[in-house]
Design a protein around this ligand. Structure first.
Ligand code: ATP
Length: 410
């Protein structure tokens, strides 16, 4: 690193290097390059980035550190003087062995007198992947942004990693990563430059190359952001949110607009986060995504949580009646109790409580009589079926959505 040049440009500052201790750090201007806009973007990135150790190039932890931003949207926000000192990690961790990463009681929020969130309770355990589902306008974003500290609440208690995001957002920033629906990263930087730049905002970032590997962008390490596909840019968003090594990640519709293979790759990335012990709160409109990723889901409708639990048992779907469908030869009627006349699609359908017993009877009867049961299907209600019936119930029983919750969780 050209320390003399940096010093002559006045970009030096004292900071702490984990290898070399307290040193005079430098910010070196990037070499002139074309196109000029790329050069400018790199220059801005260096200026905004940390001082670096002149011996090893490591970003320096400033003495009297400024709390780094939580994510792309936060990059340009200044932090108030009273909130600028970041406690060491161990001090930030909530005291008293707090088991919940997120705890919400009676959260309410209105816009111009119109209620958007009407008394939400939530508990998200550490290391859990939790999905918030709900139709448009249900109150998901409002809830999540209150948890992130970006919106104020009108009432209720909120604790995120043991802190109140409404009052202690600056303290929470280093521990929280946020992936918004739209990206805010500099388009002319490369993947590695972008992640490096964000790493510079944190005193204890994860190694840049490891983060790039984790999100599956190693082959695109030196590609400019502007040349990445939508799915690759989303991965970069996740990398940016991850590089500060947060404990909790908020992912807002992380795969909206992805093609199926990109979605599956993104799911792998998110599962990897759980393996790292991160807590993930995601919002999604895709039921298969929630089913695949989430340990637990909550369905919000009209500002209330109407059901909550593991995807496999939400709305008691594990105990719901099983649907059996099959096609009989023309002119043949189903045995009593195992189906009526066929529907327009030719399928005979029946809902049963005991599928083993019903199938035993049905297949025994078919074999005895030499019939095939074409297209035989045995299904329980999918997460989507349960979601649709829950949200439809709220629509029709408005305003008392709590009734729906009670009936589903009885
Ligand atoms: P989507 O799935 O469409 O993103 P959502 O579940 O995230 O929806 P919110 O964005 O939280 O829903 O909105 C909940 C309600 O609050 C909606 O009726 C919305 O119109 C209203 N709302 C949200 N933000 C504001 C705002 N800044 N000012 C006024 N009303 C708002």
């Amino acid at each position: 690193m050209d320390r003399a040049r940096a010093a002559s440009s006045g970009r030096t500052g004292v900071g702490s290097c984990s290898t070399h201790g307290l040193v005079e750090g430098v910010k070196t201007a990037p070499p002139r390059s074309f196109p000029f806009v790329v050069y400018l973007a790199r220059r801005v990135a260096v200026r905004r980035g940390p001082y670096r150790c002149p011996m090893c190039g490591e970003p320096l932890a400033p003495t009297g550190e400024v709390a780094p931003p939580a994510g792309a949207a936060d990059l340009h926000e200044s932090v108030g003087a009273a909130e600028t000192t970041r406690a060491p990690r161990a001090m930030i961790a909530p005291s008293g062995g707090e088991a919940s990463a997120v705890r919400v009681r009676g959260l309410v929020k209105s816009y111009a007198g119109e209620p958007a969130v009407r008394g939400i309770d939530l508990d998200i355990g550490r290391g859990e992947i939790f999905a918030l589902l709900g139709p448009n306008g249900a109150g998901k974003t409002t809830t999540v942004e209150i948890l992130e500290g970006y919106r104020t609440r009108d009432g209720g208690e909120v604790s995120v990693l043991g802190r109140d995001p409404g009052r202690e957002r600056a303290h929470l920033k280093p521990q929280v990563g946020i992936v918004l629906q739209s990206t805010g990263v500099e388009r002319y930087l490369t993947v590695a430059e972008t992640v490096t730049m964000y790493a510079g905002f944190y005193p204890h970032p994860r190694p840049v190359d490891a983060v790039i590997d984790l999100v599956g962008l190693d082959a695109k390490r030196d590609e400019r952001v502007i040349r990445l596909s939508g799915g690759q840019q989303r991965r970069l968003d996740v990398a940016v949110a991850l590089v500060g090594d947060p404990d909790l990640l908020f992912l807002d519709e992380p795969t909206t607009g992805f093609d199926p293979s990109a979605r599956h790759e993104a799911w792998d990335v998110i599962k990897n986060l759980a393996l790292l012990g991160k807590t993930v709160l995601l919002t999604t409109h895709y039921m298969d995504e929630a089913q695949f990723l989430a340990d637990r889901v909550a369905v919000i409708a009209r500002g209330l949580i109407v059901a909550e639990g593991p995807p496999a048992t939400l709305g008691h779907r594990d105990r719901a009646r099983v649907r059996v469908r099959y096609v009989l030869p023309p002119g043949v009627s189903a045995p009593a109790g195992l189906g009526g006349p066929p529907g327009a699609d030719g399928f005979t359908e029946v809902s049963v409580d005991d599928p083993a017993q019903a199938l035993h009877q049905l297949t025994g009867w078919a074999i005895d009589n030499g019939f095939s049961l074409d297209g035989l299907e045995v299904t329980r209600p999918s997460l989507e079926d349960v979601y649709l019936s829950l949200t439809a119930a709220v629509d029709s029983s408005e305003p008392d959505a709590k009734l729906a919750r009670g009936s589903q969780e009885a």
